[in-house]
Write a protein that binds this ligand. Structure first.
Ligand code: NAP
Length: 293
């Protein structure tokens, strides 16, 4: 199994870290113990994490500031990937913010709070429904990000929460470093897209690799975990790593024990028979997903 992937200008390990859940409850405000969050971030890097996924709308500002406090000056090989798309209401709501002024301000906020002159990879995260992306052209907000790239503020562009058609449209307008969509062993609408991106050398970064706010719970997953003497989370992550060499995982955790457990999943080999059992778990397949082919 490949251990690294060329992501933008960086060769990264295939297991990174997702910082979203370091903010307070509902991804709003500060965590109850900010120093514990900083310790997690430092430990992640000490254990070899070289790819952290974040956004300035987590908190808002909270996870970016924690990352900066914990890790700046940044190790030269650490890749920070961020995303832009929303403003947060005082009540924690996520309000679409895809106008030129909003996107430019979001890039500015990320640069300031992360303490970076240039953002290495910025995902344009499209607004969606509870179930996934919404169809329609993304050319207008993407053109803003392309302008910001031309100004030298953004090195590479990614897209997130997008349909198959939107990925095609985006690839016709600029180079795309990654697609970040909802995908895990149960939620498999992007199966065909992942294969196509792999052939083009483009990273696919599944969000909710462990099910997000609803942990993955399946008999076949627990059984495989038992057989391999691993945890169900490790099996779910290892399954993603087996899925395709362009899949980069960014599990989120506020627990040091879970962090260590998740990183150890990169060494877990899943035998063919167990892979077949896990493949059968899929509850959302491409034919059930309105955004897929
Ligand atoms: N582009 C987008 O729209 C989008 C949307 C959502 C997320 N994201 C990105 O994707 C990243 C990952 O998503 P996520 O953090 O929401 O979901 P996730 O990684 O699927 O799951 C995180 C949850 O799993 C638990 N967990 C982690 N490791 C575990 C382990 N070994 N055993 C048991 N439980 C474990 C965590 O709780 P503990 O803290 O207790 O470990 C947390 O509640 C985010 O951090 C964010 O950067 C992007």
């Amino acid at each position: 199994m490949e251990e690294t992937f060329k992501f933008g200008a960086h060769l990264v390990r295939r297991i990174g870290y997702g910082a979203m859940q370091l903010a307070g409850p509902g991804v709003m405000g500060s965590p109850s113990d900010p120093e514990a969050a900083r310790i997690i971030l430092r430990e992640a890097v000490a254990l070899g994490v070289d790819h952290i996924d974040t956004s300035d709308f987590y908190g808002p500002h909270v996870t970016n500031l924690l990352i900066r406090e914990a890790l700046s000056p940044y190790p030269h090989d650490l890749l920070l990937v961020t995303k832009i798309r929303a403003k947060r209401g005082r009540d924690g709501s996520w309000k679409p913010a895809l106008s030129r002024a909003d996107l430019s301000k979001a890039v500015e906020d990320n640069r300031r709070n992360l303490g970076l002159d240039v953002l290495e990879i910025v995902n344009l995260r499209m607004t969606g429904t509870k179930h996934g992306p919404v169809k329609g052209s993304i050319a207008e907000p993407l053109s803003v990000l392309i302008d910001l790239q031309r100004q030298g503020l953004v090195r590479n562009i990614g897209i997130s929460n997008v349909t198959y058609e939107q990925v095609k449209e985006a690839r016709g307008l600029c180079d795309i470093a990654c697609v970040q969509n909802h995908y895990n062993l149960a939620h498999r609408g992007d199966d065909a897209l992942i294969n196509e991106l792999a052939a083009a050398g483009i990273a696919y970064v599944p969000y909710f690799p462990l099910g997000g706010f609803q942990p993955l719970q399946f008999e076949a997953l627990s059984r495989t975990a038992q057989i391999l003497d691993a945890s169900p989370s490790q099996v779910a992550l290892a399954w993603l790593l087996h899925r395709s060499p362009n899949v980069l995982v960014i599990p989120g955790t506020g627990s040091l024990a879970h962090l260590r457990e998740n990183l150890a999943a990169q060494h877990l080999i899943i035998p063919e028979q167990q892979l077949a059992e896990l493949n059968a778990i899929a509850t959302v397949r491409p034919e059930d997903d309105p955004g897929a082919i």
